[in-house]
Design a protein around this ligand. Structure first.
Ligand SMILES: [Cu+2]
Length: 680
């Protein structure tokens, strides 16, 4: 009898919780915290004292009531609910949709959970996501989970650097090789010779391409739920659902399991027809729910390996003898193979068989070709079509990332009208993967599955590859669309999808820090015979600089320039400025000219000055080994009063770390000498 009453009560409980959705409240406190994951104390940002932030759990139909408290001393913050369909004002992109949460204040978000699945949330302010502000969201379907499993675990993958992310950004913006060197991926003449790829090396330089790398940043660690390795509870023989979230700031992960194939049951929170894959590439911002059956005995590893092979995080399941998972092979950076694979991986170009074969490669593309929605996802017929072609563009030289060659500042808006079928054709002209994320909408990824094309909110576009996505413009106001590689977004690879009906001259309210990104940089050398260098303020395409060149010998010749350089593309910049000099026969003067990058990455400058002299300089650095470079510089000036019209110099540099190199050589003006080069 007692048992019966208990059963009755349970039924009643289930009935009520199903029938009546409830308000589920959370308080999130964002604060600075000192952590020491590598044994060195570093400053991080934690939510409620943890990284990742706490898991927010809801049931479909519930109302989320989340109060975010900013306990930072100075910085403002924000929280974006990644993948959730919600009213614009709660999307959490600071300024654009939601007021930034100022230091010491709090903000409450309240919205209905309209759809089930695995999602996540993160700060959308500056580079805070890199410092720890990200966490999981799990929404259970109204009728309960369709797939029965023994265990259900969230795995938040992320990347950690001890370096301040602003310093990371500065290193990227100055085109420093520091991360490639740290990862052992720096390209050099010696390295190319060692693998028999000298011809490829110089043909790349001839075509003025920068050396390629798989990822931009060096990370100290890769994490699963904030740790190098986790062992979530699972017994042998059990079926485990892993809700995988790539919350990395700039890391793609390959997922491999020593249990064999993994079954994908949902992608970006939305169910797909279950499909087995041997290995899986997951981009930043994407989520996948995987089913893993833990074999009867043994301890098994699911490994998330950074795409560039620089490290991994592990998830262990089961007990007993360890069966480690394997890393995918490291790519050969001296060849174009990786890029050609990317271009091939554009599912539209391949037959279904070819697509399936490509997913069995040791470094497979994202598994999009296999993703199929269990129900039709076709958009209503008769919607007017708006086609938007977006070429993914950018360069490592200046670290500008853009669409159609224009950064967010240069071209902010993609206009749409409510009731349209909007189609984005995404064509990647760069040598990197870009995970593009659309706020406020799910889009159909046109992957050859026709009416059953999967719904996603983030799509990886591989190097030189392409994808087409489409969605119904069924919202209002402004929504962000951007590369989810944090540093690319900050460097301009973003747009605002702006709905008509907000007034004729509506300007989206973009975060002023994003609009006005600027960085101070100094690079110079102090040597026994001379000192030279440049101190500049870089604002996107413009450098405002002071450069100096001082002889420290008896002549003490000097040249000081105050100038402005505008960068059009990696091959062309303009310069103009004023020069103060004491060289024999020289006067202070105005100058203007162009900098042009010649084949073999030789940089040339042609400038005219107010004394009607023409000056041509040529500079080239030969990367002998990953750390040793040979720099050669020559200059011709038509000024007839100079001691010599032709000057030259050259020297060797040894890269010590991101801040310093040792340098030594000869300069016709200043003679022999040596010392240090510094970069801050
Ligand atoms: Cu990108």
């Amino acid at each position: 009898m007692q048992k019966l009453i208990f059963h009755y009560l349970i039924c009643l409980f289930v009935f009520f919780t199903n029938a009546y959705s409830k308000v589920v409240s959370y308080d999130l406190y964002i604060a600075e915290q000192t952590i020491n994951p590598t044994g060195k104390a570093v400053n991080a940002l934690a939510v409620n004292g943890t990284i990742p932030a706490p898991i927010l759990r809801f049931r479909e139909g519930d109302t989320a009531n989340i109060t975010v408290h900013n306990q930072l001393k100075k910085e403002e913050t924000s929280t974006h609910w990644h993948g959730l369909l919600l009213p614009n004002q709660y999307d959490g992109v600071p300024y654009l949709t939601t007021k930034p949460i100022k230091a010491g204040s709090s903000h409450t978000f309240e919205f209905v959970l309209k759809h089930p699945g695995t999602y996540w949330y993160h700060s959308h302010t500056g580079l805070q996501e890199q410092r720890g502000v990200y966490g999981a969201i799990v929404i259970t379907p109204k009728g309960g989970e369709k797939v029965e499993v023994d265990r259900d675990h969230v795995v938040v993958l992320s990347d950690w650097t001890n370096e301040n992310p602003l310093k990371v950004m500065k290193n990227l913006m100055r085109g420093s090789e520091v991360y490639a060197i740290k990862k052992g991926n720096a390209q050099s003449i010696y390295g190319a010779a060692k693998v028999g790829k000298l011809k490829e090396y110089f043909s790349r330089e001839k075509s003025r391409m920068a050396p390629m790398d798989i990822s931009d940043v060096y990370y100290d660690q890769f994490w699963a739920n904030g740790q190098l390795a986790i062992q979530p509870k699972a017994d042998n023989g059990e079926i485990v659902r892993l809700r995988l979230i790539n919350a990395g700031a700039s890391t793609y992960f390959y997922i491999t399991s020593s249990t064999g194939d993994m079954k994908i049951i949902s992608a970006d929170g939305v169910d797909v027809v279950p499909v087995n894959v041997p290995r899986l590439l997951v981009g930043m911002g994407e989520t996948y729910d995987l089913l893993i059956t833990v074999p009867k005995s043994g301890k098994y590893e699911i490994r998330a390996t950074a795409q560039d092979g620089s490290g991994h995080a592990s998830i262990f399941l089961g007990k007993g003898e360890l069966y480690p998972a394997s890393d995918p092979p490291k790519p050969n950076l001296y060849t174009m193979d990786e890029m050609l694979d990317g271009a091939m991986a554009s599912v539209e170009r391949l037959s279904p068989e070819e697509n399936e074969a490509s997913l069995k490669m040791p470094r497979p593309p994202a598994p999009y070709a296999l993703l199929k929605s269990p129900r039709k996802t076709e958009l209503p017929t008769g919607l007017p079509l708006r086609e938007v072609k977006l070429r993914l563009t950018g360069d490592m030289t200046h670290y500008l990332w853009s669409f159609n060659g224009k950064t967010l500042n240069e071209d902010s808006i993609i206009k749409v009208k409510k009731g349209e079928r909007v189609r984005f054709e995404l064509i990647n002209d760069t040598m990197m993967h870009h995970p593009l994320h659309l706020h406020g909408h799910f889009f159909r990824l046109l992957n050859g599955q026709g009416a059953y094309s999967p719904l996603k909110h983030t799509v990886d576009v591989p190097p030189m590859g392409r994808h087409t996505i489409e969605f119904e413009a069924n919202a209002e106001k402004d929504w962000f669309f951007h590369c989810h590689l944090l540093y690319h977004m900050d460097a301009g690879m973003a747009r605002v999808v702006s709905y008509a009906g907000q007034g004729e001259d509506h300007e989206p309210n973009i975060d002023p820090k994003l609009k006005d990104m600027k960085m101070w940089m100094i690079k110079g050398s102090l040597q026994s015979h001379m000192t030279m260098g440049t101190w500049m303020l870089r604002k996107e395409r413009d450098d405002y600089y002071y450069s100096w060149d001082y002889g420290l010998h008896e002549h003490q010749k000097y040249e000081n320039d105050l100038g402005w350089r505008h960068y059009f593309n990696p091959n062309l910049s303009s310069v103009a400025g004023y020069r103060v000099t004491n060289e024999d026969g020289e006067k202070d003067r105005l100058f203007a000219g162009v900098q042009y990058r010649l084949p073999y990455l030789i940089s040339s400058t042609f400038s005219l000055d107010s004394e009607t002299n023409l000056r041509v300089t040529l500079e080239k650095e030969f990367q002998l080994t990953s750390r040793i470079g040979l720099e050669i510089k020559s200059q011709y000036d038509t000024n007839s009063e100079l001691d010599t019209n032709f000057e030259w110099g050259g020297g060797l540099k040894y890269f010590v770390n991101g801040d310093f190199s040792l340098i030594g050589g000869y300069d016709l003006n200043h003679g022999w000498g040596g010392g240090i080069q510094f970069r801050f």
